[in-house]
Write a protein that binds this ligand. Structure first.
Ligand code: B3K
Ligand code: ZN
Length: 880
């Protein structure tokens, strides 16, 4: 296992390789313990490179068997291996030459799940970011693009299917026990997109005819017996392929597109060229085992990985600092796809919630980094909400600034100009500048300045002159390594809502027509609107046009006015959410200080009215009724956080809302759609509203009968898990909750994905007593510590999703996480580092919990042989 060397990589150090790779032929003889890999690479020295320059290839935990130049063994004096490289001297000065590298590795003992490993008897690879170097010595960096030919040999009884990237060349018997298959990928690609799978799997097949009339074979491989759960993923894939043709004119470019679902995977999925590998959680779904949220995630992730074929694979990144070039852009594309498939405002609300829940705290804490980082120690720690979600918001802002037409022109130019390239953010932005004639220099700061900007907004209404003024001021707090910040270009969509609910149509005086967007580019800016017929209410950052915090004194009446009349559904939700947030923040602070809580009757009235408003779509009403989470409230408070006080305040507010709307909630709780389960957005919206209403109804009733009845009657996983959640979370000690947990377990014991839900539900029961439950689940014999989904379901859910349990005042939660991180780090550093980020906001806790957190972090730092992954996170978290 690699230990930390402390090496720091810098964006400014970029330098192309000394040798250029032309093609690579790989041969694998698969074996659980001793897989042999022969790599034949054709290279030439780059023009202008010194004749003495050595070839330095990356490697990690490899054992080198032989090394040849043009078919002859290389003299051992001319090469050496180090723990992370193979260095070869004396290579030809001109013309191409061939290096043959033979290595052996053990897939079975690869617990990091990077490189070639085994999962449930299936050989599988994960190469992004730097896993290919665990397969063979190579230039394992994204700017080295090569054409790959892959031959796989394996025992017939060990691996029925032998898959790799590209098109199938042929296959057959190799010897008596073994067979082989060969694949050729004509599209030059970086090593991180290489993939190989070998195993005995179930298969579902379909096909897609592209816009130019080519037929593409579609194949999804899953564990035997689970074929019936892959239909939704196949359908989502076909819809994605069509969408990318319709919306971006992008056609698929191979004869075959394959997806393999595996159960041990460090992340969601991987976009390997023509052969995506997925965490089976994001492929398998049927009504009995998957929730509406699972279906929506499958749709989004299938689309995301497919869209990478153009944004990531055909055009890749020059270096890992440019990660957002493919990730931010592809998230932006998958968001737009889901918005088109479902209700656009509801989808946007979910995105805003997610961004605020994950990215805003990252940007406000010790792990803050720019969308394009400028240094890193371990690149795997930069697959973050900032790179992905804020990266997507930045692309979305480019569209807002340019308008839809010029944005599309810029994208077309990007595809045309950079197809086949390893590109940079500068290359990307240049396409939009050229297509639109706009200057994006200041806008580019979104890629280099970390932190969430704040915009304070004030307004002035002059009744006599009928003039409305808007004053904007931006600021950006220091973040690690960046003490001074320049003003950004912040596009703020806005509307002036008149007393009758209609919208003021005029433009601000003196300014170029803003078309509904203030372009805030200076520190301070003001706008004046004249001839306004009555005092308007300002609706700002409509649709969350910029990922910023808005500080504005706005009366409750004004918020209600927006919530009732704004033409934009997202803004109506923002106004409701703002109202709820304000109340909850005030109540939480009072609870922390041991004071009485204010009445929530005004908020309750608005929310109950919203719940009952049949003109609003059910999914929207469900979003409006879901109060800001405890973590949302903590983030808004910002410092001296007492999670128990927040929990108590939120519960009290929920109870008041529940009591105020009992009749409506009991009615809505019984209105889940009848008939067989369908995963469409409309039915899911009805179930979401029913589930939220059930939770309120139970709070008002104070006893679990209704949830127990819902659990017993449930005929799909969405309703079943909703009922189990409210039972276990509201009545954890009840006999009903215990019985329901036992029933669930007995029914799904052999289904790991369903059982993950069982673990998560228990790990997120609020209160300090949950720690003991988590420990006992963790120590039970049936708990599979080698499976990342299971670890995330229990330890991840507890530490990132249970504020009162994890932040128990005595620090026991932190100690549990610390000891698990140290233990998991020995097997799977990526997973360990990711779990540890749950503590990223530790400095905003109240003093005692801060001290307990610090001690836990220090205990991790003191552990022996930490991986670079965990060292990097813990050091950044402790840096002052
Ligand atoms: N590109 C992969 C993520 C790889 C993570 C490596 N630590 C999946 C995705 O974003 O589509
Ligand atoms: Zn991605």
């Amino acid at each position: 296992m690699r230990t930390d060397t402390g090496q720091v990589y810098k964006l400014t150090d970029y330098k192309p390789t000394d040798f250029v790779v032309e093609r690579i032929d790989l041969t694998f003889e698969l074996d659980p313990k001793q897989t042999k890999v022969v790599s034949r690479v054709i290279l030439h020295r780059r023009e202008g490179v010194d004749a003495h320059a050595e070839l330095v290839l990356d490697g990690d935990e490899l054992s080198l068997d032989s090394l040849q130049l043009d078919g002859n063994d290389i003299d051992p004096s001319l090469y050496e291996t180090t723990p992370e490289s193979l260095i070869i001297r004396g290579l030809p000065d001109s013309g191409p030459f061939e290096i043959t590298v033979s290595t052996t590795l053990s897939p079975e003992s690869n617990t990091q799940l990077m490189g070639l490993y085994r999962t449930n008897g299936v050989y599988c690879t994960q190469c992004e970011a730097e896993g290919f170097r665990r397969i063979t010595y190579f230039y394992d960096r994204p700017d080295v693009l090569a054409v790959y030919t892959v031959t796989i040999i394996a025992r017939k009884d060990d691996a029925k299917y032998l898959l790799s990237n590209g098109n199938f060349l042929g296959g057959g018997n190799y010897d008596e026990d073994r067979h082989f298959a060969a694949w050729f990928d004509p599209h030059p690609k970086p090593s991180y997109l290489f993939a190989l799978v070998g195993g005995d799997l179930g298969l579902i097949e379909d096909s897609f005819t592209t816009m130019s009339g080519r037929e593409v074979a579609l194949k999804i491989y899953v564990e035997h017996g689970k074929e019936g759960r892959a239909g939704y993923a196949m359908d989502a894939l076909k819809r994605s392929m069509k969408w990318d043709e319709d919306v971006y004119g992008r056609e698929y470019d191979l004869d075959i597109f394959q997806i393999v679902a595996v159960s041990d995977f460090n992340m969601g999925a991987m976009e390997n060229k023509g052969l995506n590998v997925f965490n089976d959680k994001y492929v398998l779904a049927d009504p009995e085992t998957a929730t509406d949220a699972d279906y929506a995630n499958i749709e989004a992730i299938i689309a995301h990985e497919y869209f990478h074929n153009w944004t990531g694979n055909r055009i890749t990144c020059r270096d890992w600092f440019q990660l957002c070039l493919k990730e931010g852009l592809t998230v932006y594309r998958d968001h737009a796809f889901s918005a088109d498939q479902r209700s656009a405002p509801v989808k946007r609300i979910a995105e805003i919630r997610l961004l605020k829940a994950h990215q805003f705290p990252e940007d406000a804490g010790p792990l803050a980094h720019p969308v394009r980082p400028e240094t890193y120690r371990e690149i795997n720690n930069f697959y973050t909400a900032t790179v992905y979600e804020k990266g997507s918001e930045v692309v979305r802002m480019i569209r807002t600034v340019l308008g839809a037409d010029d944005f599309r022109k810029g994208m077309d130019l990007y595809f045309e100009r950079h197809d086949g390239d390893a590109a940079t953010i500068e290359d990307f932005l240049a396409c939009f500048v050229e297509a639109s004639g706009r200057d994006l220099k200041q806008f580019a700061l979104w890629y280099s300045q970390a932190g969430t900007p704040s915009v304070s907004v004030s307004t002035d209404w002059n009744e006599t002159s009928r003039t409305f003024k808007v004053f904007l001021e931006q600021s950006l707090a220091p973040t690690p390594g960046q003490s001074r910040k320049a003003p950004m270009h912040i596009p703020l969509a806005y509307g002036l809502i008149l007393p009758d609910g209609s919208e003021f149509e005029g433009q601000p005086d003196g300014a170029v027509a803003t078309d509904g967007v203030f372009h805030l580019t200076k520190r301070k800016q003001s706008y004046s609107f004249t001839d306004v017929c009555g005092r308007p209410v300002l609706s700002i950052n409509r649709g969350f046009s910029a990922p910023v915090n808005i500080a504005m004194e706005q009366s409750a009446d004004d918020l209600v006015h927006i919530a009732r009349h704004d033409s934009d559904g997202v803004s109506r939700w923002q106004a409701l959410n703002e109202q709820a947030t304000r109340h909850l923040v005030t109540a939480s602070k009072l609870a922390r200080d041991g004071r009485n809580l204010p009445s929530a009757s005004e908020l309750a009235g608005i929310l109950v009215d919203t719940a009952a408003d049949e003109s609003l779509e059910p999914a929207f009403r469900a979003q409006a009724l879901s109060l800001p989470s405890e973590s949302d409230i903590a983030r808004e408070i910002g410092s001296n956080i007492d999670p128990d006080a927040i929990h108590a305040a939120r519960q009290a507010v929920m109870s008041e809302i529940a009591a105020a709307g009992l009749d409506i909630f009991t009615d809505l709780a019984g209105r889940a759609p009848a008939g067989p389960y369908r995963p469409d957005a409309e039915s899911a919206g009805l179930r979401a509203l029913a589930g939220t209403a059930l939770s309120y109804a139970l709070m008002a009733e104070g006893q679990p009968d209704r949830a127990k009845a819902a659990f017993d009657a449930a005929d799909n996983m969405t309703v079943l898990s909703q009922a189990l959640q409210v039972l276990t979370h509201h009545f954890p000690a009840s006999q009903d909750a215990k019985e329901a947990l036992a029933t669930f377990k007995a029914r799904f014991e052999t289904d790991p994905l369903a059982m993950d839900k069982w673990y998560s539900l228990q790990a997120t029961v609020p209160g300090a007593q949950t720690l003991a439950c988590v420990e006992s689940l963790l120590n039970s014999r049936e708990f599979d510590r080698s499976n990342p989904n299971r670890i995330r379901a229990l330890i991840g859910a507890f530490s990132a999703g249970n504020p009162t349990g994890f932040n128990a005042a005595d620090g026991a939660g932190y100690r549990l996480l610390a000891s698990e991180v140290i233990d998991i780090d020995r097997r799977n550093p990526q997973l360990a580092a990711r779990l540890l980020t749950a503590m990223r906001s530790w400095r905003s806790l109240e003093a005692e919990r801060q001290e307990q957190s610090r001690l836990a972090l220090v205990s991790i730092r003191a552990a022996n042989n930490l991986s670079p992954d965990v060292s990097d996170i813990v050091d950044r978290m402790l840096a002052s």
